[in-house]
Design a protein around this ligand. Structure first.
Ligand SMILES: Cc1cc2nc3c(=O)[nH]c(=O)nc-3n(C[C@H](O)[C@H](O)[C@H](O)COP(=O)(O)OP(=O)(O)OC[C@H]3O[C@@H](n4cnc5c(N)ncnc54)[C@H](O)[C@@H]3O)c2cc1C
Length: 331
């Protein structure tokens, strides 16, 4: 049997690491080149809740999102859940008026309308459901360790030219997020700033999402030993400095949303730039030297869609699909 063709993955955020692991589990030889290490990517900043937020196109998202949801549910039910930092958590999503049904309702376990006693004074309706929460303090390290166990190392090596990458390997998977603005000259990519904070030592029972501003920009995401509070959606702002005024607003809103947080202080802040695009670019480009599978522009949902997009990348690369690519090869 012919061995699968080798792959060069560009980028070590959640998109690149998921594609690399899926390809390795399928038997391909994989290299990863990245400008920044996983700890310094936008992916490390994510909240990270499974929630198809600020991302398109709707029809393709509707296929990627449930695939990734199912992967995270299997991971949460596996013995690797703790190491991966993946848990299923009950979520209360609140609305000021009548709550529209989410397009992804069929994917959500335990979906029901919120009872009147679950709504605060500012909210008229809401939904309750269970959804995966991915603790990015652990999850990227988990993916890196799974890759290392399979002999894949991450090379700090920015790619300036896709043709040069194709000389190193005839199949390149481009997961460079915002880096594709320069790498592909893609003007459709826009940075959308987000700021979140962590409160160590407290963890309410439920995720809370407040849809008061028409987008879920205020959220409380419990991680077990800490809670993430957020956030913001700031198109075109590229500063990674903490915005103090915004922090005060987030803090006030989130403490009102989850009174269990009490007076526990903020212990850290993370700021990141979402790689937003009108539509995710997941497509095959053929060049004289080889083929490039582009997989970038995941906006506010790169974690949410990661395994769904990785699966489509495997199909484009002609690699077999492996259900649980993270499962240890030695078990
Ligand atoms: C505040 C905030 C909260 C969020 N919350 C959530 C959430 O709850 N759920 C969710 O699903 N998503 C969330 N997101 C969105 C999510 O973080 C992104 O969609 C996701 O991280 C994109 O992942 P990526 O791997 O495509 O890109 P990135 O994480 O940006 O990784 C890109 C990689 O490419 C590398 N790179 C760039 N240029 C080059 C180059 N020329 N050569 C080589 N390497 C290069 C970078 O160094 C990096 O390693 C949030 C984002 C923010 C900012």
């Amino acid at each position: 049997m012919t061995p699968p063709s080798p792959l060069l993955v560009l980028g070590a955020g959640v998109s690149g690491l998921s594609c690399a692991l899926a390809a390795r589990a399928a038997g391909a030889t994989v290299r990863i080149w990245t400008r920044e290490a996983p700890a310094h990517t936008t992916s490390r900043v994510a909240a990270a809740l499974w929630f198809p937020f600020a991302v398109g196109p709707a029809q393709r998202v509707a296929s990627w999102a449930p695939t990734a949801h199912a992967c995270f549910c299997r991971l949460a039910a596996s013995p690797l859940a703790q190491a991966a930092g993946v848990n299923l958590r009950e979520t209360l999503e609140l609305f000021p008026g009548e709550a529209p049904e989410p397009r992804w309702r069929a994917t959500l376990e335990g979906f029901r309308a919120a009872r009147p006693d679950e709504l605060g004074p500012a909210h008229a309706s809401g939904w309750v459901y269970t959804t995966p929460v991915i603790d990015m303090r652990r999850y990227l390290d988990f993916l890196v360790a799974a890759l290392a166990e399979r002999g894949v190392e991450i090379e700090t090596r920015p790619c300036e030219d896709l043709d040069a990458a194709l000389e190193a390997c005839p199949t390149v998977v481009n997961c460079t997020g915002l880096g594709s603005r320069a790498l592909c000259g893609d003007d459709a990519l826009e940075a959308v700033r987000g700021q979140i904070h962590e409160i160590a030592g407290v963890s309410p029972a439920r995720v809370r999402l407040d849809e008061e501003r028409g987008q879920a920009v205020r959220y409380v995401v419990p991680l077990g030993d800490a809670t993430v509070i957020g956030g913001s959606v700031e198109p075109g702002i590229e500063s990674l400095d903490e915005d103090d005024e915004l922090r005060r607003a987030i803090e006030a809103d989130c403490r009102a949303l989850a009174p269990e947080l009490g007076e526990a202080p903020i212990t850290s802040t993370r700021v990141g730039l979402r790689p937003c695009r009108p539509a995710i670019r997941l497509e095959l480009e053929t060049r004289a030297r080889g083929r490039i599978i582009h997989n970038y522009g995941h906006g506010g949902a790169g974690v949410t869609l990661s395994w769904g997009c990785a699966r489509e990348v495997m199909e484009m690369a002609g690699l077999p699909l492996v259900d649980d690519p993270w499962a240890s090869p030695s078990t």
